[in-house]
Design a protein around this ligand. Structure first.
Ligand SMILES: Cc1cc2nc3c(=O)[nH]c(=O)nc-3n(C[C@H](O)[C@H](O)[C@H](O)COP(=O)(O)O)c2cc1C
Length: 306
């Protein structure tokens, strides 16, 4: 049984570097922006940033953050570049390019072209000067509209706020509805330490959006369910996502199924096991109303309380 005991840390209590590591380990997974920039002398730069996300669709805004180096409190080349030329090509990173992306994070001297160092083929942007990697799953041509400094010490962030002017999606990633298929995209994300994650069919799952309906919520689930200790939080959440508790008609309609369950068990204990197998299966199959109804019928017959 998990004990839910916490290690509690205030920033400042430990070194910036150590706290940084805890942040990187905790806020996961982080998407990776492989950011291409150019300085005013026309020298290209490419570096990955996992302090990154999208923050609105109208206007479409992306933010990534090149931190001030903890080592010597200096700015990263990417930041210097967007201050000179306010444009950035943001690429998403898939598994096929993850090692090259990692190589591009090397702290090469200013002016060294990491597109070349990391072996990427690239071509000019349509609307901006930074280069676009050929083969990247998705690329965004962005104009930088603001840089927000969050501090002046090593480890502080610089939020590069960019507006997407044009988006490129590799066509093989689109499904029959013209939507991006996450399995095909095979994107990688950053975790703490040297860890990366890979999104593929083995670890993807779907949850129907609760916004489509208005679930009754945990507080409306009956006590005999809430106090039963038979369900995980995830299972209870599925039960609480029904729009109403089962009606009398619904319960009547399930009587036949319930009678079958009753017949399957010789004694109350076996019947309880059969019923719970059904209930768990229904929850798993997203048939929460049926699961609830079986629980109500089981409760009424005394089958649950054995
Ligand atoms: C996957 C990955 C994610 C990274 N995320 C960040 C980040 O969010 N912020 C940051 O300052 N550095 C981050 N880095 C380190 C920079 O990529 C690295 O400091 C790079 O050399 C900066 O290059 P530049 O000086 O050419 O801009 C990350 C490195 C990797 C490999």
């Amino acid at each position: 049984m998990r004990k839910n005991i916490y290690k509690t840390i205030d920033p400042g209590q430990i070194s910036v570097g150590a706290f940084h590591q805890y942040l990187l380990g905790a806020v996961i997974p982080r998407p990776i922006a492989l950011a291409g920039t150019v300085d005013k002398a026309g020298r290209f730069n490419l570096s990955p940033f996992s302090f990154f996300n999208v923050f609105g669709a109208n206007p479409p805004i992306m933010i990534f953050s090149p931190s001030r180096r903890v080592r010597d409190n200096t700015d990263k080349h990417t930041l210097e570049n967007v201050r000179e030329i306010a444009e950035v090509m943001i690429h998403m990173v898939d598994y096929d390019m993850v090692e090259q992306m990692s190589l591009s994070s090397t702290e090469y001297d200013k002016g060294i072209n990491e597109y070349i160092k990391a072996g990427f083929q690239a071509k000019p942007g349509d609307l901006i000067r930074p280069l676009r990697i050929i083969g990247a799953p998705v690329a965004f041509e962005c104009k930088v509209i603001n840089v927000i400094e969050t501090g002046s010490e090593g480890g502080s962030g610089n939020l590069v706020v960019s507006e997407v002017l044009r988006m490129h999606i590799r066509e093989d990633l689109l499904d029959e509805n013209d939507m991006i298929d996450p399995v095909e995209m095979d994107v990688v994300c950053r975790l703490g330490g040297d860890w990366y994650g890979r999104i593929n069919s083995e670890n993807l799952f779907e949850i129907p959006k609760p916004i489509r309906s208005k679930g009754i919520g945990f507080d409306q689930l009956p006590d005999f369910i809430m106090n039963s200790h038979m369900f995980t939080g995830n299972q209870l959440a599925r039960l609480a996502n029904v729009e109403a508790l089962p009606s009398k008609e619904y319960l009547d309609g399930l009587n036949h199924t319930f009678k079958q369950i009753e017949k399957e068990g010789a004694d109350m204990k076996t019947r309880n096991h059969v019923l719970m197998r059904w209930v768990y299966e229904c929850i798993e199959q997203n048939e929460a109303m049926k699961a609830l109804a079986l629980l109500y019928l089981g409760h009424a017959s005394g089958m649950l309380e054995v």
